[in-house]
Ligand binder design. Sequence first.
Ligand SMILES: *Cc1c(COP(=O)(O)O)cnc(C)c1O
Length: 392
Amino acid sequence: MTTNKPTAAYYLDTVLAHAGSDPKNFHGFVNPPVVHASTVLFPDVETMTGGGQRYTYGRRGTPTSDALEDALRQMEGAKGVKLANSGLNAIALACLSCLGQGDHILIADTAYGPTRHFADTVLPKYGIEVEYYDPALGAGIRSLFKTNTKAVFTEAPGSLTFEMQDIRAIADAAKTIGATVLMDNTWASPLFCKPLELGVDLSIQAGTKYIVGHSDTMLGTIAASEKAWPALDALHGAMGVHVAPDDIYLALRGLRTLSVRLERHMRSALDIAGWLETRDEVSRVHYPALESDPGHALWKRDFTGACGLFAFDFKPGTTQEQSSAFFNALKLFGLGYSWGGFESLAIPVHLKGARTATAPDSSVVSGRLHIGLEDPRDLKADLEAGFKAAFG
Ligand SMILES: *Cc1c(COP(=O)(O)O)cnc(C)c1O
């Protein structure tokens, strides 16, 4: 256990530099050991059966997992944090921890695609009713509550289309019926949004993205409120979830530079998003940090920053062929899934079948960009070459 942990008395950047570090207990080494473990020995039968020893078995936690969980617990202001094998695994565990047979869950229509896939293919098998809602509902979500509504899943801004949600209003409404509120907070990271302060019970991160930050590890995290913690802790143990120590170490290593990386991602993304707004080839940029964005007021109220991920719509009349020519011409923006690493990425956005409670305009051709740590002048030149390839 860490003993010299920074407290809430420190600013977040200080917490990032020190949380989960316990040199006094590890011979002065600044970083925690990467403990590879299954078996843990007990000194005697009394200790073995008495339940007092902190570490009992590799699957049940190590100094390595404690270090990352402790750092995240402080950042999120949570009762406890559990690690998962991927962001999607964290979403699945969080949902299962608060749902049972006969329950009803409301999921934002703009939730990450694989979240919907999990909800559609797994939850019904266990007698759980899944319903999608318009992310713009806010307090109006009340009208969708049923006697068996046990959970409300939020994600802000939404995947691919970046709509903000009024998380506070949704959480207040959910509280009146005792439903658990979940939030996929991957976009803002725990640095720019504190879901538990907004009334969320289970705050989920695809640590794969900005926490790891180097596109080389898959990891998920779930931070729980006092209310949600016992069920999450129990399910996590019962399911036998275990994250490899080397991966945990890479996430903790990434965490140390989260703030400086995100500051640059945000600055460059604001620069490029603003520049795209002035381009004839672009009709709209979807990025809540822009004043022109319909979600800007909510973003300003609840978030303290923005990451490097946003979408844009090509000008009306753009064809799929022109869109492909644009993406194929990019040299610095890699064509690939995921985001949150040091490098820039781009994907064409296809919303066909991705929404069921809302109806996005299917004639709009869009793309999503992750602005990495390259010089934004080079990135703009790359995008400009893409526009040239698409539109001449
Ligand atoms: C990538 C992502 C996930 C899933 O994370 P993995 O580690 O890839 O499983 C969940 N939510 C959002 C918003 C994501 O972008």
